[in-house]
Structures are given as structure tokens and as C-alpha cells.
Design a protein around this ligand. Sequence first.
Ligand code: PNS
Length: 163
Amino acid sequence: MPNCRAVIPGSFDPVTNGHLDVVQRTAELFEEVIVAVAANLAKQPLFSLDERLEMLREVCQPYPHVRVDCFSGLLVEYALKQNAKVVVKGLRAVSDFEFELQMALMNRRLSDGAVETLFLMAGAEHSYLSSSIVKEIARLGGNVEGLVPESVKQRLRTKSVED
Ligand code: PNS
């Protein structure tokens, strides 16, 4: 295998069980996995970069060959610097496809073909799950049990109380 390192990029605001499913499955396919948190987001995140990193480090602890890091700037530049030729993304529904296709093709172009994007289909139980919907439910006092890891559930509760 020419390259055994994959990057899973995302906002992770916050990490959900859907993300975790992708991390677990990617960890079975690659020798080394870097979960890369985007530092500069277009919209204001609920959780700071440090909080997002901390939550991910907690939940990725059981996987010794999964490392959590952050990046700013172009994803392909980060991936190449890490010597990773593969970016892994989860696809939940057809609605994700158009934008993800655009990003995958653009990333291939930006890297002169050096970085490929692989898609893992989200499990059916995660196909309707997103960080945004989880934040909305938590903000309105709904139950996020089973949608996010337990530690994230606690943090969401704290944030809702702070607001
Ligand atoms: O979890 P998200 O919000 O879907 O993650 C989106 C993310 C961070 C993966 C995407 O916005 C990204 O790759 N940002 C880095 C900047 C970049 O490289 N932009 C060009 C993409 S074609």
C-alpha cells in the first residue's frame, strides 16, 4: 500500500456518533488516521477550537492509531504536509453529494491529483444526524441521548445553561 495515512477533516462542532462511526471504520482501513479539526470556520462555532479538540481526543482515546489535530488554510496543503494522500468523508444522503463532489474534485485539482477523497456511507442510524441538528435540539432542551458521546452530551448541557 503506497500510503497508509488518512485525514478525516471537519468542523466537529461538536463531534457526533455519526462522526465517530466514520472514525472507527476509517481506523479499520488505514494504519494511521488523523482527525483534523478546521480552525477557521465560516460561521461562529458553538464550541471553541480547544473544546472541539478536547472532546475529540476524549472519544478517540480507544483508537491508538487515531490522532487528533487541527488545521487552518487549505485542507489539501495540510494533508500533503502530513504525508496523507487520502481524505475520508462520511456521506449521509444524496443531498450531501453535490457539495462533497465539488469539494472532492476541487481538492484533487488543488493538489494536482495528489490527494484523493474517499467516501464512507453513513450508517442508516446516522443518516439524519448532524452537529447542527444536535445543537438545535440541545438548545431547545431536547434529548440528545444516543446522538453524541456521553461527554459531549454533558458539554452541550453546560452550554445550554450558559446561554
Ligand atoms: O464538518 P464540515 O463543516 O462539513 O467540514 C468542512 C471542512 C472543514 C472539511 C471544509 O470546509 C474544508 O475542507 N475546509 C478547509 C478549507 C479548504 O480547503 N477549502 C477548500 C475546499 S475545496
